[in-house]
Design a protein around this ligand. Sequence first.
Ligand code: ARG
Length: 463
Amino acid sequence: MADKMWAGRFSKELDKRVNDFNSSVSFDARMYAQDIRGSIAHATMLGDTGIIDREESLKIVEGLNGILNDIDAGKLEIDPNAEDIHMFVEQVLTERLGDTGKRLHTARSRNDQVALDIRMYLKDEIMNIVPMIKELTETLCKIAEDNLDTVMPGYTHLQRAQPITFAHHLMAYANMLVRDLGRLSDTYQRMNFMPLGSGALAATTYPIDRRQVSAMLGFDDITQNSLDGVSDRDFCIELCSALSILMMHLSRFSEEIVMWCSWEFKFIELDDAYSTGSSIMPQKKNPDITELIRGKTGRVYGDLNTLLVMMKGIPLAYNKDMQEDKEAIFDAIDTVKLCISTFIPMLATMKVNCENMRAAAARGFINATDCADYLVKRGLPFRDAYKITGTLVARCIEKGTTLEELPIEEYKSLCEAFEGDVYDAIKLETCVNMRKAEGGPAPGSVKAQIAYIRGAMEVNIRP
Ligand code: ARG
């Protein structure tokens, strides 16, 4: 094992078990590009301010670029025994440049370095996740466009309630996803402050130019307090919470898909490429993807809980507990990306069984509200109309029939205001088409929703 960079104070070599226990390189290695980009900005600033010799600064930048290229190209393997990615990069730089490499860490601590790296990494990941959510939302918009007239029952308490369309149902999820984009955008904005220069905790005595580093790395501004700069992990928690809410949406959607695939519903059929079989039951076709998404939602919630609990009891400023932030937030990011990228093609290839949706909508008296509204339009108070319709429904249940099939005499026997046109009024298509208030399921209204969502995706995201 190479001498630790901090070896000077110590007379014994670190116990191998402690080294392994302490090391974060197995999971922070993924931040190598951000670490090197941050160091390049820092070294440039050190040269420009005259804190180190300009020649040496240029050499360091060149050396760092070389390391970046070598890792990218697979020519330099990240040492699994390194303490963390920050130490590894500096070690390699020093091996390559000698004493010049040792000047990189001037006016910097690993505490502000890691705070910088993680912010840069998470910003990059938000920028990866945003287009994935947009693609998922657009996928929903496309399926919705094809199903503007696909009548299905809308539910409350999982009881058939009122007629809607499949397009309308899908667009509910599109709205959730657009809010998820908004939350990611907010999170991005609040994490876009550059912490380098906070030092270990109390900034530095060198005449650094934090604003230069901030501008070079594309931050909006610099953090305003050095203690907060190194000990803040709000942005991890905020991101994880935005991702948890996103997963909650995917999980609810998944649950509906699981139901819709069942023989009890048969509203949709997943493509064979996105379903799995059983090892014993030859007839089975299981919606495993959606169940896994539902299951993995718990995992992301767990990551959020890990971060919240990790932070709640630690005094200012940096404490090693905070090294645990990475596995949690990285796991949340990986899980979300995996789920979305599987979910999109699964949705895009699923078959919609319009007839089954229509048939389900035809049973369950989901036009009863419209029947009552018919009477209201003819002057009855809603409460009376409600009661009359309730009695009609009871008669239908008794006779094993539907409101559509119940003879007009039955209607009239309860209320003289009923005329033959009641059958038009309670037709499912009429019930849907009349719900044309903004936000409603009528095809025109859903078309407007689709346009709105597409517009919101264009403007909502700041980064
Ligand atoms: N690997 C550490 C982390 O991820 C880097 C910061 C270490 N700082 C320290 N003083 N030990 O948090």
